[in-house]
Design a protein around this ligand. Structure first.
Ligand code: FMN
Length: 181
């Protein structure tokens, strides 16, 4: 066998940095899932990744609502116009943030992206669905009982993907400015 550093579609790299970079490049929104439940160990890994995110002054103003109950997932999917996939998802994580912290949206967004990357790494499919506007926030508040002092950023729908999805190529060098605009 010829030793090579290059990666083919069949060969996955073992270079740790490339593994992380490949995971970031592979992440995509997945909106169709099987009925297989997400194991508890995976749920903890998702939440650990979320809480490893950076936050302004390390305030960590996030809180998470983990939803597995079928009726609750269906109620969220029913109420949220752009999150119908929740009716198929076996897991959802609502990402909330303490309104007392000025930058809670940034912090909760960083946590959300970390969770999405962890989902990709674990072979799960996931999608960020917005819950930050008044209409969708009130749905999430009503269904999940989120208190008034907490903002609702999003509900992440999660499950095992029911079909293979491809990541979008978003590399646009023209968006980069070097040294000055
Ligand atoms: C702030 C934000 C809000 C989003 N809201 C929704 C949503 O309500 N419903 C949905 O299906 N996807 C939602 N998405 C997912 C985007 O549609 C998706 O990220 C985008 O099309 C790029 O595709 P990709 O995630 O596969 O790279 C949201 C993404 C972000 C970052």
């Amino acid at each position: 066998m010829i030793a090579t550093n290059s990666c083919t579609a069949q060969q996955k790299t073992t270079d740790p940095a490339q593994v992380v970079l490949d995971n970031i490049a592979s992440r995509k929104s997945v909106r169709s899932y099987t009925s297989e439940p997400v194991p508890d160990e995976m749920v903890e890994k998702l939440l650990r990744a979320a809480m490893a995110a950076p936050s302004a002054k390390n305030t960590q103003p996030w809180e998470f609502v983990v939803v597995r109950d079928r009726a609750t997932l269906d109620a969220l999917g029913e109420g949220l116009t752009y999150a119908k996939m929740l009716k198929q998802a076996t897991l959802a994580v609502a990402v909330c943030g303490d309104l007392a912290f000025e930058r809670w949206v940034h912090d909760a967004s960083a946590a959300t992206e970390n969770l999405l990357l962890a989902a990709e790494a674990l072979g799960l499919g996931a999608v960020w669905t917005a819950a930050d506007d008044p209409v969708r926030s009130s749905v999430v508040r009503d269904v999940l009982g989120v208190p008034d002092n907490m903002g609702t950023l999003c509900v992440i729908a999660i499950g095992f993907p029911s079909r293979e999805e491809k990541p979008k190529d978003k590399w646009k060098p023209e968006k980069i400015h070097y040294e000055k605009w």
